[in-house]
Write a protein that binds this ligand. Structure first.
Ligand code: HEC
Length: 111
């Protein structure tokens, strides 16, 4: 999840113009999100693997919904056009929405 934060921050910075557009960095961040969202379910497969993490127990009682939200992020990340800062900007809403959608349901708010 930490790498998601970094990737989203890098893309968000380029979308807003805070960071200069960098094709290599944009491709790397996209690849990180696509690969990471494809195996979210592997990372969380063991129920309650880390009590100190911000993972809610609902993940394992609503597993299909959890995997569905990971897939939604995968779809949004795959569709992201990283060929320009404008393209990233256009796609970031869907990505941010997918992060938030899963966190709202499955992540402990204070963690
Ligand atoms: C399928 C569900 C899901 C999606 C989609 C998702 N997250 Fe998370 N995220 C979680 C859960 C559950 C936790 C709490 C467990 C943990 O800490 O690993 C978490 C925790 C985090 C953390 C804090 C934990 C850490 O390791 O620092 C960050 C940062 C984060 N997510 C970023 C993102 C970003 C950015 C996106 C979108 C690009 C995203 N997440 C999409 C489920 C998701």
């Amino acid at each position: 999840m930490k790498s998601f934060g970094g990737a989203a921050k890098a893309l968000g910075g380029m979308a807003s113009g805070e960071v200069a557009y960098d094709a290599t960095a944009a491709e790397a961040a996209k690849a990180n999100l696509v690969a990471g969202s494809a195996d979210v379910h592997v990372k969380f497969e063991k129920a309650g693997n880390d009590p100190a993490s911000g993972a809610k127990p609902e993940i394992w009682t609503n597993w299909d919904d959890f995997v569905g939200k990971a897939n939604a992020l995968n779809t949004a990340a795959t569709a992201l056009d990283v060929a320009s800062a404008e393209g990233i900007k256009a796609g970031m809403g869907a990505i941010g929405g997918a992060c938030k959608d899963c966190h709202t349901t499955f992540r402990v708010a204070s963690k």
